[in-house]
Write a protein that binds this ligand. Structure first.
Ligand code: ZN
Length: 330
């Protein structure tokens, strides 16, 4: 078990403005109560501006971040997603998409499948060294559980290529986002730290599944998928969006961020070298016209929750878990 200590010191004499997603300098080796704190951030508590000192002496990798003026820790007790167990599988659903009639969706965990270690057990990728029969069985198990009969996935390449499909395409489809308005096709994206993003246009009964890793974020695959949906007749203000379990701001470390991330993303740092890609995706959704009230972030970090999800950063040889969305059979 991790032990976690933090303590807010006296009200800071200087009022420090704090902005969500902005990085603040850490005060290395601050001391509180005889303990040495590794990081300190200014933070807001109630109406008073305070300087909070965080001591994470017993964490190898301190994971305290500030987001919307709240403290987030390794523990993921704050997700708004609904957890369901069915047919030995465990999956999460976005609370707002779950309410929509005619739409099925789920973020499946790594639990309940047929694969052996290190892919134990619901690995959905054929490209990571797992037994293809086990992978096929895993996918079929999910499709059956969702009550549909067909599924479509992608050969994902961290691109910004979006496919609109009206029927199943058997050949490998290279790209990172799928859109359909046809019933009985379960769209599947596979991730292990990258973001699965699910979109629904409940007015036109159109759905999309996006694989957005940091390379996808840099290329704004989310915005490009919405542009394609708009071309098909979707109004962005009708879109209901969910950002699934993925690398959280606690674990999104980019040592070479100056080479890898465009400068506008640097303001999403939560502490040196750590970035909040959940907020980056949220802003990409909003820039494409999605309303803030229609965006749900799972706030589950894959690297912090490897019992539940696969994490490539935690273990390089690893499975991929599945996020699916589709329109019910007519
Ligand atoms: Zn984490």
């Amino acid at each position: 078990m991790f032990k976690f200590f933090w303590q807010a010191t006296a009200v800071c004499s200087q009022a420090l403005p704090i902005l969500p997603g902005k990085a603040y300098p850490a005060l290395n080796q601050s001391s509180i109560g005889g303990r040495t704190a590794k990081y300190a951030f200014p933070c807001r508590s109630g109406k008073a501006w305070k300087r909070a000192v965080v001591a994470c002496l017993e964490l190898k990798d301190p994971v305290i971040t500030i987001l919307n003026n709240k403290w987030y820790t390794k523990h993921n007790s704050i997700t708004s997603m609904k957890k369901t167990s069915q047919n030995n599988l465990i999956y999460y659903q976005f609370s707002h998409i779950k309410r929509l009639p005619g739409i099925v969706h789920g973020i499946f965990t790594r639990i309940g499948g047929f694969s052996n270690d290190p892919y134990h057990s619901l690995n959905l990728s054929f490209n990571v060294g797992d037994d293809p029969i086990a992978v096929q069985n895993n996918i079929q198990h999910i499709v059956n559980t969702m009550g549909l009969s067909q599924w479509q996935s992608l050969k994902q390449t961290h691109s910004c290529k979006v496919h609109v499909i009206d029927a199943i395409i058997q050949d490998p489809l290279i790209g990172d986002a799928l859109i359909t308005d046809q019933p009985d096709i379960l769209l599947l994206v596979k991730t292990a730290d990258c973001q699965p993003v699910l979109l629904t246009d409940p007015v036109n009964h159109r759905v999309a599944a996006i694989h957005s890793g940091w390379r996808g974020s840099v290329q704004n695959i989310i915005g490009k998928t919405i542009v394609r949906m708009v071309d098909l007749g979707t109004r962005p203000q009708n879109i209901i969006a969910g950002i699934g379990p993925s690398l959280g701001p606690c674990c999104s470390e980019f040592i070479h961020y100056q080479q890898e991330l465009p400068e506008y993303m640097w303001s999403y740092a939560v502490r040196p070298n750590f970035f909040n890609f959940w907020e980056i995706s949220k802003s990409q959704l909003q820039n494409a016209g999605v309303l803030e009230k229609n965006i749900e972030i799972s706030k589950m970090c894959t690297k912090c929750n490897t019992d539940t999800f696969f994490s490539y950063r935690r273990k390089k040889i690893s499975g991929r878990f599945g996020s699916v969305i589709g329109i019910n059979k007519k």
